[in-house]
Design a binder for this molecule. Structure first.
Ligand SMILES: Nc1ncnc2c1ncn2[C@@H]1O[C@H](COP(=O)(O)OP(=O)(O)OP(=O)(O)O)[C@@H](O)[C@H]1O
Ligand SMILES: [Mg+2]
Length: 410
């Protein structure tokens, strides 16, 4: 006699290693106050366009470092006043800043992770007042100084409908996608990126101000080149690892992608030692100063692009059909998630916004099956609940209407 496997496990089972048990939002976009409990590996949000499904995924994405899945400005997230007045919430909540918190399960342990944005009114010169925002992060009620520490407790990967056109939009979007892959594996990468932005901005400001101070500029160019080469090396190493992983783990359903970096500094690092490339970068910045004055941006790691080839057909991703591009994206996401399990020892939580768009039902089901094998929790959104009936035994379903989120059973 064969015994049917028990597929009806919940998140207290160790099979689901990474999960959120509760989630609380305060003043977060269309939610003045929202508290949700989850006990299944899949969580599906459904409702009409604009009801607030993606907003919940965005809130979860703020439990990791960075600016969330929309790359939003902190100031645009706080619930608009007119909406706040219509919703009831605990009376102690004012509308000053927003917050997200969650009880996070990682293996046998649980952690309280919270993030909040404080709005401060600061007096500037001439008695003018300016609002400034600051994001703070707490782990088990202890404030942490660096957001990258979050990576020790949970990692989060997302797929949004905007990413379906990743290979056809601006190189800036692909660069952000690439850098996020790198810093999920190497938490120092985000510090390098922030340091690079800081010195690069100073360099631009001085040149544009016309008050050229050669010594200062040389010193900034040296720093830009040093940090820039470190960024390029980290990107190269990560792309190499991901390509190796994809090659070693061929997939029957999702097409194999070959990833490539298209950037002057990254290409030069293929042939020359880092120290040589750093000198080249420095010299090149010096010779590009006059371009900045003419509002032409300089070449460097801030221009690098990520390219992908659809291996079976040997064509670049941007020439693939819409469905092929989505499948390529999903294959990169799967490889990223699977290799992250090997790297961290725990799986990433997945946020899949309108995942079914552009792929056929068989691919969608296959993708969900592969995600399930990660032993993680996955959050999904849809306007059509029936897309996910196949996983109904393993999912919490929520319907959203008029800013209210209700459990539903299907
Ligand atoms: N700061 C804010 N305060 C209040 N409401 C906001 C704020 N920012 C965005 N919204 C509202 O959130 C809604 C969009 O939510 P969201 O993108 O989550 O919808 P959705 O359910 O994912 O829709 P779709 O199915 O179209 O993707 C819009 O109606 C917008 O007005
Ligand atoms: Mg949406």
């Amino acid at each position: 006699m064969t015994i049917a496997p028990n597929i009806n496990y919940d998140i207290d089972d160790t099979k689901v290693w990474s999960a959120l048990k509760h989630l609380t939002l305060v003043n977060f976009r269309n939610y003045k106050y929202l508290r949700l409990n989850f006990d299944k590996p899949f969580v599906v949000f459904t409702g009409e366009n604009g009801c607030g499904k993606t907003n919940i995924l965005e809130a979860i994405s703020f439990l990791s470092q960075g600016r969330g899945l929309r790359g939003a400005k902190l100031s645009e997230i706080k619930t608009f006043d007119f909406l706040a007045q219509q919703q009831t919430s605990p009376t102690f909540i004012n509308n000053n800043g927003w917050a997200v918190s969650a009880l996070v399960k990682n293996g046998y342990d649980t952690y309280n992770i919270g993030t909040a944005v404080e709005t401060q009114i600061k007096e500037t010169n001439f008695k003018e007042y300016k609002e400034t925002e600051r994001r703070i992060v707490n782990i088990n009620n202890q404030k942490i100084t660096n957001q990258s520490e979050l990576g020790n407790y949970l990692s989060i990967i997302w797929v949004t409908p905007q990413m379906d056109r990743l290979f056809q939009t601006s190189s800036q979007n692909r660069r952000s996608f690439l850098d996020r892959i790198v810093y999920l594996f190497d938490t120092n990468h985000s510090k390098r990126l922030a340091a690079f932005d800081n010195v690069y901005r100073q360099w631009l400001q001085i040149i544009k101000s016309g008050k050229i101070n050669d010594n200062w500029l040389y010193s900034l160019e040296e720093q830009i080149a040093g940090i820039g080469v470190a960024i390029a090396c980290a990107r190269k190493e990560q792309i190499k690892k991901l390509n190796n992983f994809i090659e070693k783990n061929p997939d029957d359903i999702f097409p194999e992608a070959i990833l490539m970096l298209d950037g002057t500094i990254e290409k030069m690092l293929d042939e020359k030692p880092a120290i040589y490339v750093e000198d080249f970068y420095k010299e090149s910045l010096l010779s590009q100063r006059h371009l900045i004055l003419n509002n032409i941006t300089s070449d460097g790691i801030n221009k690098t692009d990520l390219k992908a080839i659809y291996k079976k057909k040997n064509i670049p991703a941007n020439l693939c059909s819409t469905g092929e591009q989505k499948s390529l994206l999903l294959s990169i996401i799967l490889a990223q998630a699977q290799s992250l399990v090997e790297h961290n020892g725990f799986p990433p939580i997945m946020l899949l916004d309108e995942i079914a768009a552009h792929i056929d039902d068989a691919k969608k089901d296959a993708f969900l099956a592969k995600i399930k094998n990660l032993n993680t929790q996955t959050f999904l959104t849809t306007t059509n609940l029936f897309e996910f009936t196949k996983i109904k035994e393993q999912a919490n379903f929520f319907e959203i209407k008029d800013n209210i989120v209700k459990d539903i059973f299907i």
